[in-house]
Design a protein. Structure first.
Length: 535
């Protein structure tokens, strides 16, 4: 068996276009076709000195020590697949992508940024088509197999990657050459206004899978969570992932800067280029424009205009049956049919997991056990990096200081920092930004001064952070102004975790009659606190 290549490796990723639909409609025929597909792809890879290191369903991930071998394998596989007499029920069409980069081996697999890029390349490709990255093109252009030429397809924005990729398509007399435009973020076939991201998207695999499952079955899905928890970035990632499901596009409408309820309709109309004719209201014009559209609107930061947002969404969805809404807010819109999805902080290691006890603070252990089940007193950089919060800090820290590296020696400090920041993405990113001027130990030591330490970032983030601080200041002011009754009720409620507040309060026996009169208001307060809390 050929050993896995090391160092700088050329990768070939493949998968069958539309395989989920084929499995649902023709499971028996698909099972037979998949067996033949697997044999053809594996034979092409292994005959070109490649190694299949991972398979997921019908997807093959192969590695090569030499870039020209990878290209030869792709051409050989595509020719064999396109000449195969597939059943009319399951016309197998395979898309392929090639990329090269420096990676590390982990347990007969690879880890590293090149794997993210090749996966994104594969996602924009059509069945029967093969694409190369610029890096592969530079290595193979002077050593092409017989009959192969390279067609430049231009630069393309890829989901969740800051740098566009210049893409090339190999052509051969025995292969299909003409395809629709690549399905990248700039494709005219995928209309959208999603902003280009300059940093990677970290974690949230479970959340993305769950939201992806829920979104097709609801007209309104609201991501609910406290400020800084990552609702906006998650909504944009979801929007990018589902671009090909909405014929008329995915559009984000940023509401944070709006101050008046009536500005919502105007903001949506402006984003969608719907003009006021002067003979009818903007809202009526918007409904007419969207009446026959299959479109997803991302309404971001609804909480400060929650009542008008709810009214707008209710009216729009009632009038336009192809419109779906993905909203982000610190509380639900409370519209009939709304699907609520709570966004929580990223998983972070608790002191108990890292050092066998609470050495970092005195509050409750809230971290999650990592996937390796490591409870040793000497955790490794690898084991701690399995936590999403730690991975986020590492990636953002490397942007600030290219020489930054997590070692077994400093990994517990990174874990402590992420834990004490509650796994909140905004706080973690701001902390990583301080590495330009401070050491890791200095940042961790000054976490008690977090409101002074964790300031900076974009103007929008600054506004969000200031709103959070103002909100907390208002809470403390209100706390000092409480009557004796509210003070006692507040102290009682604070004794339990937010998710348990109502059950503990409502079940309390021998409550004073005066407290019982406030049961319903306190229930509403409990719900409001629960939606905005982190746990």
């Amino acid at each position: 068996m050929i050993p896995l290549p090391t160092g700088t490796v050329t990768f070939l990723f493949t998968d069958i276009e539309g395989s989920t639909r084929l499995w649902e409609k023709h499971p028996v025929a698909m099972r037979e076709a998949l067996s033949r597909h697997d044999a053809l792809v594996r034979d092409a890879v292994e005959s070109s000195s490649g190694v299949v290191f991972r398979t997921v369903g019908d997807a093959f991930c192969s590695a090569f020590a030499v870039a020209t071998d990878a290209l030869r394998a792709a051409i050989t596989a595509q020719i064999a697949l396109q000449k195969e007499p597939w059943s009319a029920q399951v016309p197998i069409r395979v898309r392929m992508s090639l990329h090269i980069g420096a990676v590390e081996q982990e347990r007969n697999d690879y880890v590293g940024a090149p794997l993210n890029r090749i996966a994104r390349l594969l996602a924009i490709t059509h069945g029967g088509q093969t694409v190369l990255s610029q890096a592969v093109y530079e290595l193979v252009r002077d050593h092409l197999p017989d009959g192969v030429n390279l067609l430049a397809l231009g630069a393309h924005r890829l989901k969740d990657l800051s740098r566009p990729e210049t893409v090339y398509q190999p052509t051969h007399p025995d292969l299909q050459t003409v395809f629709p435009p690549l399905r990248s973020l700039g494709s005219p076939d995928l209309p959208n206004n999603l902003p280009e991201q300059f940093t990677s998207f970290v974690g949230r695999v479970r959340e993305i899978a769950e939201i992806d499952r829920l979104l097709p079955h609801t007209r309104l899905l609201t991501l609910v969570g406290p400020g800084g928890v990552g609702k906006t970035r998650l909504s944009l990632q979801i929007g990018a992932n589902v671009l090909d499901r909405y014929d008329h596009g995915v559009y984000q409408i940023e509401l944070a800067a709006l101050t008046e309820p009536e500005q919502i309709t105007a903001a949506v109309a402006r984003t969608l280029a719907v003009r006021d004719t002067g003979t009818e209201s903007t809202e009526v014009a918007l409904r007419k424009a969207l009446a026959e559209k299959n479109i997803l609107l991302i309404l971001d930061n609804c909480e400060h205009l929650i009542t008008e947002c709810a009214r707008f969404v209710r009216a729009l969805c009632a009038a336009c049956h192809g419109v779906s809404v993905l909203s982000t807010s610190r509380e639900p819109l409370n519209v009939a049919g709304e699907q609520i999805y709570r966004v929580t902080p990223l998983a972070a290691p608790s002191p108990m997991n890292v050092a066998g006890g609470n050495e970092w603070g005195t509050h409750e252990m809230l971290g999650q056990i990592n996937s390796t089940g490591d409870h040793s007193s000497h955790p490794t950089a690898y084991s701690l990096s399995q936590y999403e919060a730690v991975r986020l800090f590492i990636e953002r820290a490397e942007l600030q200081r290219p020489d930054f590296a997590v070692t077994n020696a400093n990994a517990p400090t990174v874990a402590e920092l992420c834990y004490r920041l509650d796994g909140v993405p905004l706080a973690i990113e701001l902390a990583a930004g301080r590495l330009r001027a401070m050491s890791l130990d200095e940042i961790t030591a000054r976490l008690d001064e977090r409101f002074r330490l964790l300031k900076g970032g974009t103007a929008r983030r600054c506004r969000a952070s200031k709103r959070s601080v103002r909100w907390w200041t208002g809470v403390m002011t209100s706390f000092r102004m409480m009557s004796a009754f509210f003070y006692a009720a507040f102290r009682y409620l604070s004794a339990a975790r937010v998710s348990k507040l109502w059950s503990k309060f409502a079940g309390k026996k021998s409550r004073p009659e005066r407290v019982q009169r406030w049961t319903n208001p306190i229930f509403s307060i409990c719900c409001w606190i629960w939606y905005r809390s982190r746990w």
